[in-house]
Design a protein around this ligand. Sequence first.
Ligand SMILES: Nc1ncnc2c1ncn2[C@@H]1O[C@H](COP(=O)(O)OP(=O)(O)OP(=O)(O)O)[C@@H](O)[C@H]1O
Length: 738
Amino acid sequence: MSAAITPAVKAEQTRLDGLYARVDRLRDEAAERLGEAGRRHVENDQERSQRDAETLLYRRRIALLDAVEEGLCFGRLDYVDAAEAPMYLGRIGIHAEGGEQLLVDWRSEAGRRFYLATAASPAGVRRRRHLHTKGRRIRSVNDEVLDLDAAADSDSTIGSEGALLAALDAARTGAMQDIVATIQAEQDRIIRAPLEGVMIVDGAPGTGKTAVALHRAAYLLYEHRERLKRQGVLIIGPGRQFLRYISDVLPGLAETDVLLRTPSQLFPGIVADRPETEAVAAVKGRAVMAGVIASAVADRQVVPREPLPVDFEGHELWLRPEKITSARDAARETGLAHNEARETFHKRVIADLATQYADIIGEDPLGGENLLGLADRAQFAVEIASDAVIRGQIEELWPELTAEELLEDLFASRERIASAAAVLKKEARALLYREPGGWSEADVALLDEAAEHLGDVERAQRQSGPSAEQIAYAQDVLTIAAGSASFDFEDEESELLQATDVIDEFWLGERQVDERFVSVAERAAADRRWIFGHVIVDEAQELSPMEWRALMRRCVTRSFTVAGDLAQAAGPVAPTSWGEVFGDWDLDWRAEQLTVSYRTPKEIMNVAVRVLEAIGVDAARPRSVRESGHEPWLEVAGDHVDRVVEEQVAAEKALVGDGSVAVVATAERAAGLAGIADASVLTVKQAKGLEFDSVIVVDPDAIAATGLRNLYVALTRATKRLGVVAPDKPVFPGAEVL
Ligand SMILES: Nc1ncnc2c1ncn2[C@@H]1O[C@H](COP(=O)(O)OP(=O)(O)OP(=O)(O)O)[C@@H](O)[C@H]1O
């Protein structure tokens, strides 16, 4: 379809051409400087670090300009005061060579006017124009005239919701689209809320919680650049499919310092693919497991019941319970994590052995005072400490442990479980027992908790960390880089300073080996203890208390955006209120409601709200913003569910054309349908947070049997068409209107 060339389209095309020409110029300049930096010969470490920082800066700049290629400029505001020049709004801000502002960033305070001006409260705005573009071409313009006196000169007026409805009606591609052109006022307030504290974005399916959370990430990175570029932003989503779905939005919003993860990907090096029942996951997710892990660590600090013999140089020494107890107490009193306090324990025990040895060999045969002095004892301590057998014996009493070792040993031993998890009921303890071999999703938060108690493992660092030489090199570079932090790089100075701020000696040590470009997100991904400047949690109702604990450790300032809907909660530990989730934390939290469903049309909502009412959570009934014109349909298929689904998928595909079709079913049905239906076949868990033009829900009563909340999720995935295929006439609440 070619666009109608109206005078307005023509004029805006000229403007757009100018903007792209400027972007091209900026990109060429950045590429040129990147090339120069790459070719520059470096004489010393200082020059090398400077070159690295420049390379990082120009690569970032080019990535940013590439990311905004599509939809660079999408809006224009004209003011009542004719002397005020129109404002063009886009994904980034652009200035002309002479400094004149050509394009205003949507996240800036000036850009905010675009979203907030309404006919009732125009705030000096005469007209809001939406520019619809494809590539570098303007397809059409839509005007909303806010100052009615000026209505006569508008190019086309399709009402204040025209651009929004056009966006909502567009076919879904399988990747989430940004909403910068049509952010609504209630959403804008949340996106631009202050960084501090925990903000809960609560709302029914399709009210834009995910969209708002992602745009908030982009806004916060813009508004609090200094802090967040250094620390990065973490976004947590429920599954990999979901992360893929949203991953395109952020570069589109011009942000690259964001790490996207599922809760089970938060422990570097662990692949959580071991299957586990919901019952086991539910036990592992409970807050009480924090105490269980602490006890499991304490249980590894052993005091023998009887003295244990130690052989040194042909003499018998003893590991005595009372001495081991005082060594253990001293080590615990350091307040350090287990592995770090271990040294205190070992030293104390070795000192006691050295004393015993001195008492034996320094004994005065005439019964006088011991002949050996302190220096001799210290020498014995060194010798005892270098005896591998003795070290091994002491190690048994206070071993160096990784989180993986601790949990593997714990879950594989009924005795260890009985001791550490005495607070749990017998049945719950029985659920924790298992053979070693792999990690489940619920294990990850427990590993994180364990790692927190255990602290660093020297052994692992010795094996995989950079060499002492690399560290020394890195330390030198750091010192030099810190000393040169005042280098004048015109407007890029702040970027360079940030680069030095985030580089620690470990990373530089690694980089000496591997010269790859490393972003904050990549660094954060590899570091379990990375502290983020802000954490965004989507589908937050799914997280267990143990997962929340792990996340709280990732952001000590407790700056969170939490998007969720309790009515969709189906996780192993489903909360019934946000107070239940956050009540135990010393937090400043507030909840904001989104009330309008942009995804689910009225016809589908009519079915879904009946399920919502039956769920019985205290949730506001969502208001659909539009009708699709398609009533949900039902096919009762008897024994031929698979065949009917196959046929209906074909029919739906023909109806939605370029749009997407998905089948949502229970895990058992989904497994059977996967090879049959020519569409995405998803379990409810996989479908959470996603949307498609047409959705076929298979055997809804079976889904309802796993929880009405699951059915509510399944029924609210479609933007246009909903169909139900059931073996028998369905009886779930809402089936009566099909
Ligand atoms: N202001 C807007 N302009 C255009 N589209 C919007 C707007 N707000 C939301 N949408 C669209 O509505 C759909 C639903 O949004 P989103 O997925 O963010 O909802 P949600 O509340 O997270 O849903 P769920 O609870 O199912 O996860 C998306 O296609 C999103 O792009």
